[in-house]
Design a binder for this molecule. Structure first.
Ligand code: NDP
Ligand code: 2IT
Length: 447
């Protein structure tokens, strides 16, 4: 079968078996297009149908999450955990709480996580979960009651050697704390069943910063290959959550200037450089809106609507909000404005059309499953510390994170070179991640 026929055959199955899950289809197509060439050259992968097995989650759980709001009204949400692949380690991946969550979103994220986690060099499988619960505007007690109800079902499916959830959109330290407390109460065990925990109760230093820092370490390598570095670069970062905040902080440390950040309402442009402390106060402490930034900084300007951020001129773009936030038109605008490098902090933030525009215009493109792998990699370091019952200092974890991001980059380059797709980090990430998981699946037989 030709590579093209193989891709269409797998996609026909994926679409028929997972109807209406557009984001999942998109994530599967990108990987299958990259690895078709590997299947053509590897009979054991073809014979044991590793790709066809990989796109079918090992297990999926969907459950009711009832909780009571502050006015005494009963609310009902839907909870998900998709345990996608345990080929190279326990299922690992975050939980997303956002009203847009449905099975297709969790499956796209869980599928991506398989290959990302393989790239980290640490032994973790792939999974993802979440709920259509919207934490925005909820009181702490409402969030606590929701998290307790969510964990009252999830606890029976997870465990420190089985499945280890963490944060994602809408799930940060507060939510992890409430879920950890409920898990501990239900199981009477204090274990590393979640990552992103508080530092006083099993969390790892650098986990909070890890995705953003790791992203910048990865893009540093992209810039090096272009013969340059961060000094004097104008950078646009979308989002203003966990990933965006620490990416911004690291860019500033390395001599670049982040001139714009956003949330789902709009974006801020501050030519004097985004003040990270202000964004942290608004987003991490007050849980406010990014438009409040201008109250503290008259140098900043607020614009309604998140899409406009891609028209802000920049050398480097770090999309760090959500999936499909850069479409073909936005990508073309970035290219026209002289952008030389893109690093995906969010998961699948560029549409396939956008990726094609970046690559055909020689914009260095760092795909999510490689560029944002620092978060889950540091989660794996948190698991390691929990198993040893010790805590490493900040410098130790940060230095391991750097080593891992360099290894992720090297693997992408080596795999794309080996298959004749030089400079294509998308193909490189997909192939390198895939090889590790596929080899493990073949070794472990038909399970
Ligand atoms: P947060 O919840 O901390 O922040 C999300 C940010 O993105 C907010 O500013 C939010 O704005 C914005 N956003 C979310 N949804 C939309 C939307 N539909 N349209 C426009 N803006 C939106 O999440 P994280 O920073 O943790 O996650 C951001 C991205 O990074 C996600 O794609 C996530 O999967 C990915 N990621 C996260 C990792 C982690 O360790 N946390 C690791 C690897 C990837 P608003 O507040 O208005 O909703
Ligand atoms: O998308 C991701 O890699 C994450 N949200 C982090 C997952 C984790 O287990 O730390």
């Amino acid at each position: 079968m030709s590579s093209k026929a193989f891709v269409e055959d797998v996609m026909a199955t994926a679409i028929a078996r997972n109807p209406g899950e557009a984001e999942f289809h998109q994530a599967v197509r990108e990987v299958v297009e990259s690895v078709a060439v590997v299947i053509g050259k590897n009979k054991s992968f073809a014979d044991s149908r590793v790709v066809e097995r990989m796109i079918e989650p090992e297990r999926q759980v969907i459950f009711r999450v009832p909780w009571m709001d502050d006015s005494g009204k009963v609310q009902i949400n839907r909870g998900f955990r998709v345990e996608f692949s345990s080929a190279i380690g326990p299922y690992k991946g975050g939980l997303r709480f956002h009203p847009s969550v449905y099975l297709g979103i969790i499956k796209f994220l869980g599928f991506e996580q398989i290959f990302k986690n393989a790239l980290t060099t640490t032994p973790i499988g792939g999974g993802k979960g979440g709920s259509d619960f919207d934490p925005k505007g909820k009181s702490d007690m409402e969030v606590m009651r929701f998290c307790q109800s969510f964990m009252s079902e999830l606890f029976r499916h997870i465990g420190p050697d089985t499945d280890v959830p963490a944060g994602d959109i809408g799930v940060g330290g507060r939510e992890i704390g409430y879920m950890f407390g409920q898990y501990k109460k239900l199981t009477n065990t204090f274990t590393g069943v979640l990552t992103g925990k508080g530092l006083e109760w099993g969390g790892s230093l650098v986990r909070t910063e890890a995705t953003g820092y790791g992203l910048v370490y990865f893009v540093t390598r992209q810039l090096q290959d272009l013969g340059t570095d961060w000094k004097g670069k104008r950078v646009v970062v979308s989002g203003s959550g966990n990933v965006a905040i620490y990416a911004t902080q690291k860019v500033h440390e390395l001599g670049g200037t982040v001139v714009a950040v956003s949330d789902s309402g709009g974006y801020i442009v501050d030519e004097s450089g985004i003040n990270v402390d202000t964004v942290k106060r608004i987003k991490e402490i007050e849980r406010g809106r990014i438009k409040e930034y201008v109250d503290a900084h008259p140098s900043g300007q607020y614009f309604e609507g998140w899409e406009g951020i891609w028209s802000v001129k920049c050398d480097v773009a770090l999309p760090s909000a959500t999936q499909n936030e850069i479409d073909g038109k936005a990508a073309q605008t970035l290219v026209n404005n002289g952008c030389i490098a893109v690093g995906e902090g969010a998961n699948m933030p560029s549409t396939p059309e956008a990726v094609e525009i970046f690559q055909s215009n020689n914009v260095s493109f760092g795909p999510a499953k490689a560029a944002n792998a620092g978060g889950v990699a540091t989660s794996a370091l948190e698991m390691a510390q929990n198993s040893m019952r010790i805590a490493w200092p900040f410098e130790e974890v940060d230095s391991r994170l750097k080593t891992i991001m360099n290894a992720v980059y090297d693997q992408c380059v080596a795999a794309s070179d080996a298959y004749g797709m030089k400079n294509d980090l998308v193909a490189g990430a997909n192939i390198a991640g895939f090889m590790k998981v596929a080899n493990a699946m073949v070794a472990q037989g038909l399970v």
